[in-house]
Structures are given as C-alpha cells and as structure tokens.
Design a protein around this ligand. Structure first.
Ligand code: HEC
Ligand code: HEC
Ligand code: HEC
Ligand code: HEC
Length: 468
C-alpha cells in the first residue's frame, strides 16, 4: 500500500530542499575541515612557553612546552608488550634460535642478543650489555642519547668517536629524546648525526634538500641503519657508497677487506649487520607510495580537540586502528593477520638459512680437521661470509620482514644459495682428503649447548667432526 502513496511535496520542492541541505552540509564540513587544519597548524606552530636551550638534552624540559608529545614519549618505558614477532618485550634471540649462537661464534653477539626495547631504555641497555668492555670505543654511544650531538659539538666529531666508551659514561645520561630529532623552539625536524649527512654527501645528495615527508623517515635513518666503525679512529660510517642493497654493501666491505671478527668455528672473516631498517624499508611498497616511518610508528592522535603525533614509538601492531586503518579499510583483525602471514614466511626462510649456514661453518671446520689448509679453504670461507652477510641483513633488521617481504625473501634465497655452494666446496675438499662419510655435527639445539660448542672451539678443544 505504502508504495502507492502520492508524496506530500511536489517534486520540484523536494529537489530544492535536497539541494539546500546538501549545500548546508558541505558548508559545515568545510568549517570542520578548516578547524581541524587550523588546530593541526596550532599544534605545529605553538610557540614554546619556556625557551629551550640549544643543547637541552633533558626531554622533561621540552615537555613543559609540549605535554602531549612528552606524555606519550614517556610511555616508551614499557617493556612488557608482545606481538607475534615484535613488541617492547626484550626477548632472548639466542634462546629462541640457538643456531644464532653458532653463527656468531667468537663474537660478542653469541653471548647476549636481545630484541630492542623502547627508546627510554637506550642508556641502561647499552651500559648493561655484556658486549661492552674496557676496549669499547665511544662510537657505541652514537645512537643512544641526545648528549651525543652535544658532546660532538663540544669536543669535535672525530675526537668523540676516538674516545673510550667508559670515559664518557658520566657525561651521557639521557636516553634518546627530543633534541635527537628536533631543533629547539622551532620544533623543525633535523638530523643531528653526522654519519647520515656524510653518507648522503658522498653520494652527491644534500640532506637539506629532503622534503618534509622524507624527513619523517630520515630522522629515524640516523640510527635505524647498517653502520660500521672505520678501523682508523672508530669513525662511524654507513657503507652506502655503492648502494644500500646487501650486494652493494658487500662490495664496499670487500674492497677494504673489512671484517668485524674471525669466526671461531670456520675461521672465516665475517661482517655483522646492524639493523638496516631504513634500507629495507626503502625497497618496500610503503616507501614506494611515500608512506614514512612516522606514519606507522608515530600516528596522529587527537586529545581535547588537539591533533598531535603519538611519540610512544612502538610496534604498530599495538595500535592498528591509528597506524594502519587510516589508510586500509580492512578490519583490524584482517590487517594483523596479513602482517603475521608475511612475517611467518620470512621467518621460515630465515630458519632455513640459519641452519644451512651453521652447517656450512661446521663443514669448513671438518675440512680443517681432515688436514685442509687456509689456501684450500679460501673459497668455502668466502662463500659462508657472503651467505651470512645476507642472512644477517634480514635477520638483524626489525619487523621480521614486514617492511619489504619480497626483498627479504630474495636476499634469504641468495643466502641459502651461497651457503649451499660453500658446503659443496667443503665436501669436495673433504673428499680430496679421503673423507666420504657425513660430517658428525654436534647438537646445537639449545642456547647453552651451542655456547658450550663455541667455548670448546675457542679453547682449542673443538667437537670431533669426523667419524672414525
Ligand atoms: C607501513 C607501516 C610501516 C612503516 C612505513 C614502517 N614500519 Fe616499522 N614496522 C611496521 C610493522 C607492522 C612492524 C612489525 C611489528 C611487529 O611485528 O610487532 C614494524 C616493526 C618495526 C620495528 C620493530 C618493532 C618491534 O616491536 O619489534 C622497528 C624498529 C621499525 N619497524 C622501524 C621502522 C623504521 C625505522 C621505519 C622507516 C625507515 C619503519 N619502521 C617504517 C610498520 C611500518
Ligand atoms: C625519533 C625522533 C623524534 C623524537 C625523539 C621526538 N620527536 Fe617530536 N616529532 C617527530 C616527528 C617525526 C614528528 C612529526 C613532524 C611533522 O610531520 O611535522 C614530530 C612532531 C612533534 C611536534 C609537532 C606536533 C605534533 O605532535 O605533530 C612536537 C611539538 C614535538 N614533536 C615535540 C617533541 C618532544 C617534546 C619530544 C621529546 C619529549 C619529541 N618531540 C621527540 C620525531 C621525534
Ligand atoms: C638516536 C638514535 C635513534 C633514533 C633517531 C631513532 N631510534 Fe628507534 N631505537 C634506537 C635504539 C638504540 C633502540 C633500542 C633501544 C633499547 O633496546 O634499549 C630503538 C628502538 C626502536 C623501536 C623498538 C621499540 C619497541 O617497543 O619494540 C622502534 C619501533 C623504533 N626504535 C622506531 C624508531 C622510529 C620510527 C624512529 C624515527 C621516528 C626512530 N626509532 C628513531 C635508536 C634510535
Ligand atoms: C599513509 C597510508 C598508509 C598507511 C598508514 C599504511 N599503509 Fe599499507 N599501503 C598503503 C599503500 C598506498 C599501499 C600500496 C597498495 C595500494 O595502493 O593500495 C599499501 C600496501 C599495503 C599492503 C600490501 C603490500 C603487498 O605488496 O602485498 C599491506 C599488507 C599493508 N599495506 C599493510 C599495512 C599495515 C600493517 C599498516 C600499519 C602498520 C599500513 N599498511 C599502513 C598505504 C598505507
């Protein structure tokens, strides 16, 4: 019946009413948008109530002017949050994947290796790590504190790097803070670490030309990158001269015969990769689409009508609604599952590489026990160095491959291929020395067992790898 009722208003009136309503709605939406933009501008441009000193390293002093940023920043003290592969909880990588102990045999990472926590812990974690000793250079402080740029200004950059770690302990007290990323008073983003500026300059690029959106990643690239200490004066540098892919870094390191340590089992000269997060991110879909680190790790929030960037930098999976769902109209559950399924695949590739590379180290040691000399083993060692550099590029970077899953799997495939070639080479050498039975691999199924194996090799009483 209702379908047949004649409308009370003539059709023309209805049209006008609709049009007026639409115009009013558009006007109101415009007002709303203008007010949001204005508030955002206010948040950006708010002049400080308390002037901030040029080298103010205490973030609490900055916090007086910017309470929202400071309050959220302070939440980085939490170290309990866990996601499937990340979170602020400092999980023990060595207990979780004991093969890592074998891969780092003879190097400090075989003793202790934990997942990164929030920036608030940067000082205590570097001071307490078993990887620091009396010979450690001050360079190790570089990505831990805003006191670093202050001291570099005071004593000079090269002089800073050439100092001793322990000698600066009294001077370096503030965890990563406002001064590391911001210019005081204007709050403009800035790069305070010379290594990034120098790496850009050597490739003919000027950091000052970076766009605002690029700066929202470059402030992170000061620290979340692969770096090394040059032998001369422990000067911190990024190995980017040939490019930022592992093959290009390898070319760079090989050119100067660089090695971080000599492997205790295979005697191969090895390179340790340090979290190349920025480099891997640059090869992924989000960088391609101009999405910055800060878009996911420091999403906007609104509080009392004021929009600000959440300075609680953490796993975005702990805040999917603000970090991802602003761009992706999938359910939070779906987003999380998509991330985890990508990470699961990278994890599988990593584990295969880990096991094969560990066996490649033992194969070389077995060939040594069969009487092979350094010259004979040169190629097998070069190939295991190649394999592990690639594996580590993926393993040491954070996010279990999420930032660029295809690139991570490509690199792991190359790692497995090189390790396989190293093992074929060792098998040939073993055959030449009359050994054709399989190598007697020791059990490295737990952190403790693997560490005991390393100790035995270091103390000159290695596991017997040849069957009698
Ligand atoms: C598209 C969003 C996105 C962008 C852009 C992004 N990340 Fe991530 N990041 C993630 C996700 C998702 C994870 C995985 C978190 C997890 O497993 O809990 C992650 C993990 C991390 C982690 C480890 C966190 C943890 O809890 O273990 C670090 C460190 C990190 N990213 C740094 C960076 C840096 C530096 C950049 C820029 C160079 C960047 N990310 C760009 C989404 C992003
Ligand atoms: C690791 C780098 C980093 C650190 C450390 C950091 N910030 Fe930020 N901050 C950013 C980024 C990135 C933005 C976004 C800037 C933009 O897009 O214009 C930002 C934005 C801001 C803004 C502009 C308004 C807003 O929220 O977007 C203020 C104010 C600010 N930060 C204050 C602080 C204070 C105070 C501290 C110390 C407690 C601090 N920041 C520490 C990176 C950092
Ligand atoms: C001055 C060096 C420095 C800068 C700049 C920096 N980081 Fe970090 N970041 C670190 C260090 C060091 C740690 C590990 C701290 C620890 O474990 O004690 C860390 C840890 C993290 C974590 C792990 C936190 C968790 O809860 O799992 C994330 C995520 C992260 N950083 C992202 C970023 C992003 C995004 C930026 C840029 C907006 C950035 N960082 C800028 C040095 C830096
Ligand atoms: C500023 C917008 C933006 C944010 C924030 C963002 N993304 Fe994306 N994401 C994109 C764009 C653009 C693409 C490219 C595909 C497209 O155009 O739809 C993409 C692609 C993806 C893909 C598909 C990649 C592939 O090749 O299969 C996944 C998965 C994804 N994003 C997850 C996330 C997660 C998880 C977060 C939060 C941690 C996130 N994104 C945050 C814009 C964003």
């Amino acid at each position: 019946m209702g379908n047949n009722v004649t409308p009370h208003l003539p059709p023309a009136w209805r049209g006008w009413a609709l049009m007026l309503a639409a115009a009013a709605a558009t006007f109101l939406l415009g007002l709303l948008a203008a007010s949001i933009l204005q508030r955002r501008e206010e948040a950006r441009q708010k002049l400080p109530l308390q002037p901030i000193g040029q080298w103010e390293t205490d973030s609490a002093k900055w916090g007086v002017n910017y309470p929202r940023e400071y309050e959220s920043y302070k939440r980085m003290t939490d170290s309990t949050a866990r996601t499937k592969y990340g979170g602020s909880y400092p999980r023990d990588y060595l207990a979780e994947t004991p093969a890592n102990v074998i891969l780092f045999a003879g190097y400090s990472f075989a003793k202790q290796y934990q997942q990164a926590r929030g920036h608030a812990h940067s000082i205590e974690d570097v001071v307490e790590t078993e990887r620091v000793d009396d010979a450690t250079p001050a360079t190790c402080w570089t990505c831990k504190s805003p006191d670093v740029p202050r001291l570099m200004d005071k004593i000079g950059v090269a002089e800073f790097y050439a100092s001793n770690f322990n000698s600066l302990e009294a001077e370096i007290t503030h965890p990563i803070g406002c001064l590391d990323c911001h210019e005081p008073n204007t709050m403009r983003l800035r790069v305070t670490r010379p290594a990034l500026r120098e790496a850009f300059a050597r490739r003919g690029k000027d950091l000052a030309q970076a766009t605002h959106q690029e700066m929202r990643s470059l402030v992170c690239a000061q620290c979340h990158v692969e770096y090394y200490f040059k032998e001369d004066g422990d000067y911190l540098a990024f190995p980017w001269d040939e490019g930022a892919a592992p093959e290009e870094m390898e070319q760079y390191y090989d050119a100067s015969h660089f090695a971080d340590w000599t492997h205790a089992i295979s005697r191969a000269r090895m390179v340790k990769m340090q979290h190349p997060d920025y480099e891997i991110y640059k090869t992924g879909i989000h960088a391609y689409r101009n999405v910055a680190c800060a878009d996911c790790h420091m999403p906007y929030r609104t509080e009392g009508g004021v929009k600000f960037s959440n300075h609680h930098i953490q796993s975005p999976l702990l805040d999917v609604a603000n970090s991802c769902a602003v761009c992706h109209r999938w359910s939070e559950e779906e987003i999380r599952r998509r991330v985890e399924s990508n990470q699961d695949k990278v994890r599988q590739g990593r584990q295969m590489a880990e096991r094969t590379i560990a066996l490649a180290h033992f194969d070389i040691a077995a060939a040594m026990q069969a009487g092979a000399g350094d010259e004979e083993l040169g190629d097998a060692r070069k190939l295991v160095r190649k394999a592990q550099l690639r594996w580590d590029y993926v393993a040491a970077s954070n996010g279990m491959g999420f930032h660029s899953p295809q690139e991570c799997l490509r690199i792991l495939a190359a790692a497995i291929e090189s390790a396989g070639r190293s093992r074929v080479e060792s098998a040939r050498i073993l055959a030449r020395h009359g050994i054709d039975s399989p190598v007697n691999y020791p059990d490295f199924g737990t952190k403790e067992k693997a560490q005991a194996i390393n100790e035995a090799f270091i103390e000159g009483r290695p596991s017997k790898l040849l069957r009698q």
